[in-house]
Every structure is written in C-alpha cells, then in structure tokens.
Design a protein around this ligand. Structure first.
Ligand code: 4AD
Ligand code: MG
Length: 453
C-alpha cells in the first residue's frame, strides 16, 4: 500500500474513520470558541468542512492565522454532516498550521473572481474550484482516451517534438535554434502535428496513436486557438473509406464524454453552474445521439438556404470553394444541435496529403472535420493520398519534391491505404467543462504575446 501521506483520504473516508488531511483553507470563519473551515486538497470539487473546537488551550495568535490560502494539517474523526445528506465533516482541535498566507494580500478572496483577473494569477489559479475541476476533468478524459484506444489495440507512439517539416503547410511553425544558430544543419521546427510520423508507424504497426503537445504560431487571437495545445492523433492502415475514421472519432468523443460524466459528476455540475450553463444537456446529447454527417457541398447549400430565408446572416457569405469560417461551423453545429461531421472539402483549401476524390462533380478530398456545438471544430482527419503520381505532383507543385522523398517512399514500399485524424484536447475540455474561452481550460495558456510562467 501507498504511504498515508500520498493516499487520497477525503474521497474514501467513511463516518467514524480517523483521518489526517492536508490542504489549503478556502474560507474560514472565526468565533470565540471555534473556527469553521473549508479545506481543499484539490482532489475533489467539494471542500471538506472542518470545525475546530475545544480551542481553549490554543494560542489565539495561532488561531488568527487560519486565513484563506494557508496550508494546514488536520487530524480527527469523520462525522456525518448534520444537515447535508452524504456530506462529511470533522470536529477536532488537532491541527497544524503548515504555512501561513497573509489574508490582506492573497489575491484569491472568498468570492467569484472574473476570468480576466484569474488569468493574471495563473500561478494560483489551480486553487480555484473551477480550474481544479477542469484539471481533474482533463486528467480523466485523457486517461479515457488512452484506455479506449488501448482496448482497440492501438499502439501509442511518441512522435518527435522537433521536426524538419510543416505538416499542415500553414506556415505557422516556430523555428528552433540553439543560441541563435541552426543546430541540425537543416531548419528545425516545433511540431505542428505528429501525423507524418504516425503515417510511417501505421505502415508497420497498423493502428497507432500519439498524444502530445503541438505548436502553432497562430496569429489569430480567438477563443479557440492556442500557440501550444495537445493533440490526440490516430492513424490506421488498411482503411479505404472515410466512414471507419468517422466511426472511430465518434466512438472516442462519445465514450470519453460518458466516462467523464460518470467519473466527474460533481466537477461537471460545478463547472456548468460557474459557466451559467444548463446542466449537461449538450454532454448528454453527445453520449446518446448519433452525430450528424453531411458533405461540405451540403453544408454550403444549407448555410446558403439559411441566408436566403433570412434565418442567418454571416460576415463572410458561405460560398463553395471557400473555407468554412468559424461562424459557419458554429451555426451548423448549433442549428443541428448535435455534433456534426462535415466531409469532402474542396481539394484547393486542404493540405497536400489528403486523398483526392470527387463529390457532386467537384474535385474534393476524402476528409472530415468534426464540429461541436459551442466549440466549433474539434477534430479533423482524412484518408491519405496513396497514389504516388498524384502525391508526387502535389509535392512538386509546392516545391517539396526532394525533402519529402521519404513520404513518397512510404507509398513505393508496400504502403497500405491509410488514414487518421487529430483531435484538439483543449477544445474537448472546453466542451466538457462548458468553458467559453480556450485560455481558461489551462492555467498556463500560450498565445501570441503571452508565454508567462
Ligand atoms: O485540423 P488540424 O490542423 O489537423 C491536423 O493537424 C492533422 N494533421 C491531424 C491529423 O489528421 N493527424 O488540427 C487538428 C485539431 C483541430 O481540429 C483542433 O481541434 C485542434 O487540433 N487545433 C487547435 N487547438 C487549439 N489551438 C490551435 N491553434 C489549434 N489548431 C488546431
Ligand atoms: Mg482542421
């Protein structure tokens, strides 16, 4: 068994148990004979109620130091809360002040702070109930994703963080230098996606995934973009159609949501309340309803008909051949009120590696984006071009023929048809935690102009 100080005590405590808890005071009320304390060790959303009584022999100066933010250790017997069913509290006078916290200057006071204020205090932010809950949800969601993929016999591959290519071709790479100089003889970048490495691995191990940080020097300062974000990417060999990839994405999103709803019930409730959202209806829908599926061409027609009817207005009119703007994505997902896959985008607006096909007489690629209500694009994927001549031409049109010879080799040497997708983890957390802005899914967001801590 683990040593006592590591074991989670609060969660597993039963009435009558003698327990030792250590944590931070989230609020305290002092009376003459007792101090009423809410103590959080960050492992659950509900603070533990502690009533320090029998304080006669204890120095008043010490008792005065039990202010919000200080860390203490308490030992005592667990009792049932007299009013709130299922809740526990501890009555004791056995406590140790571990480290005091000056009440006058401690930024986190006993009130609801605005997100702007909290972003300025990232070093303390994990102590707030909302961020604590979001971090626990994230941990559970990530474990669920690993478990689900492992159950399906996917092998986790660690793709490199330092790369020599810009997978998405978006030109949003961070270049890496050592003391201002090139280190590798060739330019090196922080990865924007592990996809191309996964393609190598999939052509040997069939079902692979990677889970790690990805980086984009994304100039757009939106509620959905970070410069550093985590991506779950999966790649599967021997897939010839898009449907299995859509099915896998839907399975992962819906089962992960289900798992989070089961394991983090209190955290989800708290976050819904903090973010003024009706509890869980969007999450329930993801678990219980099949996701909608429509082609890009159908999506454009639908958006145009909404405009024609006067039901919608957009800053950018929806037009075949143009990218779907975030306002279009939001509109589609909100209108259908469920997650929606949009497939078969025009070739011209998608990266070089997507497999060419045709849809309604247009030149399109076998790809998809998954859009979620309130979040927009959560995941994107495709079949990968396996026709050497088409791929070779795309690469040489982009002037990349030589540097991507290995990518063509993969096709030359028995490369199987394959495909995969990437899912943005912070956006999934945004959805699960009802968080409006992606910067509030992590205490340490990185975005243009900000790399604090
Ligand atoms: O759509 P993206 O750019 O696709 C790829 O990178 C593919 N190579 C993935 C693959 O097929 N293996 O990014 C995938 C997802 C997006 O759907 C979005 O959820 C997230 O990554 N994402 C971001 N999240 C936060 N901040 C950003 N700047 C993001 N850019 C993409
Ligand atoms: Mg995308």
């Amino acid at each position: 068994t683990l040593p006592k100080t590591i074991r989670c005590t609060v969660e597993s405590s039963r009435v009558g148990d003698q327990i030792l808890v250590q944590g931070w005071v989230t609020s305290s009320r002092r009376q003459k004979k007792w101090v009423f304390i809410n103590l959080s060790d960050g492992t659950t959303s509900a603070p533990l109620q502690i009533i320090l009584d029998g304080l006669e022999g204890i120095k008043p100066e010490l008792v005065k130091k039990l202010t919000t933010g200080c860390s203490i250790q308490v030992q005592g017997q667990v009792q049932a809360h007299p009013v709130l069913q299922g809740q526990i509290e501890i009555h004791t006078n056995n406590f140790t002040l571990i480290k005091e916290c000056p009440g006058e200057t401690y930024p986190l006071q006993k009130k609801v702070h605005g997100t702007e204020f909290l972003r300025e205090h990232g070093h303390l932010r994990a102590r707030t109930s909302g961020m604590g809950a979001a971090l626990r949800v994230r941990s559970v969601a990530e474990a669920a994703l690993h478990g689900l993929l492992s159950d399906q016999r996917f092998t986790q591959i660690h793709t490199p963080v330092l790369t020599s290519h810009d997978c998405e071709g978006g030109g949003e790479v961070f270049e890496v230098k050592a003391n201002g100089k090139e280190f590798f003889k060739t330019p090196a970048f922080l990865t924007v996606s592990g996809q191309l490495h996964l393609e190598m691995a999939a052509n040997a191990i069939s079902r692979v995934y990677t889970f790690g940080p990805t980086f984009r020097a994304e100039p757009s300062v939106t509620g959905r973009h970070l410069a550093e974000f985590w991506m779950l990417e999966a790649e599967v060999a021997f897939v010839r159609d898009l449907e299995p990839l859509l099915d896998l994405t839907e399975f992962l999103v819906s089962k992960t949501t289900e798992k989070v709803m089961q394991s983090c019930e209190d955290d989800i409730k708290l976050l819904a309340k903090l973010n003024d959202k009706l509890e869980d209806s969007a999450l329930n829908d993801v678990v219980s309803k099949p996701f909608a599926r429509l082609t890009y061409t159908q999506a454009i027609e639908l958006l145009q008909s909404e405009v024609a009817k006067g039901s919608a207005t957009f800053d950018f009119p929806p037009e075949w051949g143009k990218s779907l703007q975030s306002e279009h994505e939001q509109y589609l997902a909100n209108m259908l009120n469920q997650p929606v896959f949009v497939t078969h985008y025009p070739k011209a607006i998608k990266p070089f590696y997507m497999k060419l096909d045709s849809c309604s007489g247009h030149q399109t690629v076998a790809c998809f984006d998954l859009l979620l209500p309130g979040v927009g694009e959560l995941a994107g994927g495709s079949l990968r071009e396996d026709d050497q001549s088409i791929l070779g031409k795309s690469l040489s049109d982009m002037g990349l023929g030589e540097s991507y010879q290995w990518y063509l080799d993969l096709r030359r040497f028995g490369g199987a048809p394959h495909g995969g997708f990437g899912l943005g983890v912070e956006r999934l957390i945004q959805f699960l935690t009802h968080t409006a802005h992606i910067r509030d899914t992590t205490p340490y967001p990185r975005f243009s102009g900000n790399c604090r801590y």
